[in-house]
Design a protein around this ligand. Structure first.
Ligand SMILES: Nc1ncnc2c1ncn2[C@@H]1O[C@H](COP(=O)(O)OP(=O)(O)OP(=O)(O)O)[C@@H](O)[C@H]1O
Ligand SMILES: [Mg+2]
Length: 349
């Protein structure tokens, strides 16, 4: 090959190299442009909506603890278990499994109330957060014959939510009104070391371990009441009762009583971390609820007003009748009526 031939080959090679470089820089310009656009979209979403970042998810467990100390009456065991469970889960950057707690107790003892407080101190937007998901057994899953349809729906909702944010929270209220078997669909999300990778939903794996699941039900209530009564008859003070006095009896109750946990894999495979007892409330606690309800409406109640509120509350079971059968439920409405009646009476005088 002569000199002209060699130099033409060199020119072609150098042109090729320049082209490749040029393509590289074009591609990198394109990808940095795409990155910039997606960052801008994300920033806009974060400014006007909510992002799965520490700015929007900054659990303040100390503050929650403080509020529970002041405004959560007669539930020392539940208070302690919930705070310790949340602290334990959140201190690890990579927890071994999702946190799952099951709250059990009679009506009006604070199960829904505490789950709302948890959300309030977990997400900047509280229970309005897009990462907080609330399901009601009775309203959202009313029909036993549709259990398979609900299972698929619930599975999809959880996968989608975890894809958007690993620190999602799922609260299932009125579990005892859910179709049997529905909650079995949660087992893979609650189990140890699960990374879900499904070709159906996503090409990347989803870390299921940072999420929190809370189940609320009245299941086990009668056992809790009976055990507390027995302890009371033995002279044991309410404040000195322990989780161990109730935990096992609740899980057995939940497994054997009709409802969402009835003979459930969720319990059978031990994926629930904490069974939390909510004890029946006594007169002293109901009085505190009444006082708070008056103060929330800007009224400092007299003893007569508190007594009037108390007269609407039914206590049981016989013969001792020391527990309010519906706890602090619907007291706000009674308090509103008492305040109105008092105002009307003053005007008429
Ligand atoms: N232990 C408590 N301390 C302070 N307030 C309470 C307590 N329990 C209930 N309340 C008050 O009573 C209201 C009703 O309670 P809540 O809805 O949490 O009951 P629940 O346990 O979820 O009952 P249910 O089993 O019927 O759903 C709450 O909004 C709260 O104001
Ligand atoms: Mg409730």
């Amino acid at each position: 090959m002569n000199l002209t031939g060699i130099s033409s080959i060199l020119i072609v090679i150098s042109l090729l190299i320049t082209c490749i470089k040029c393509e590289f820089s074009f591609m990198s310009m394109l990808s940095s442009g795409v990155d910039k656009v997606s960052n801008t979209i994300r920033n806009i979403q974060c400014n006007f909506g909510e992002c799965c970042t520490s700015e929007y998810i900054s659990p303040d467990i100390d503050k929650l603890d403080d509020i529970l100390n002041k405004e959560f009456y007669g539930q020392e065991i539940a208070h302690r278990v919930i705070i310790n469970a949340l602290r334990g889960h959140l201190t690890s950057a990579n927890p071994p499994k999702a946190l799952s707690m099951s709250f059990h107790g009679p009506p009006g003892t604070g199960k829904t109330y505490t789950s709302q407080l948890i959300a309030k101190f977990f997400y900047k937007k509280g229970d309005q957060s897009n990462f907080y998901h609330f399901f009601n057994g009775r309203n959202d899953f009313p029909l036993q014959e549709k259990v398979n349809e609900y299972k698929e729906e619930l599975y999809n909702i959880i996968i989608n939510s975890l894809q958007k944010c690993e620190r999602s929270m799922f609260v299932f209220d009125e579990v005892d009104k859910m179709p049997e078997g529905l909650l079995n669909v949660l087992v893979p999300f609650l189990d140890y070391n699960t990374w879900i990778k499904s070709w159906r939903f996503t090409s990347t794996s989803i870390n299921t371990r940072k999420a929190i699941y809370i189940f609320l039900s009245n299941t086990g209530s009668s056992r809790i009441i009976q055990r507390l009564l027995t302890l009371w008859e033995e002279g044991k003070q309410r404040k000195t009762t322990k989780l161990q006095d109730f935990e096992n009896l609740i899980s057995v109750g939940a497994f054997n009583e009709k409802g969402g946990f009835y003979h459930s894999d969720t319990i059978d495979s031990s994926v629930i971390d904490h069974y939390v007892p909510f004890l029946p409330l006594e007169e002293v606690h109901v009085k505190k609820c009444l006082k708070k309800a008056f103060i929330n409406r800007g009224v400092h109640p007299t003893n007569e007003m508190i007594e009037e509120g108390l007269s609407y509350v039914i206590f049981g079971p016989p013969p001792h009748n020391i527990y309010a059968t519906t706890g602090c439920k619907r007291l706000e409405q009674k308090v509103a009526a008492i305040i109105y009646a008092n105002k009307k009476h003053r005007i008429e005088l």
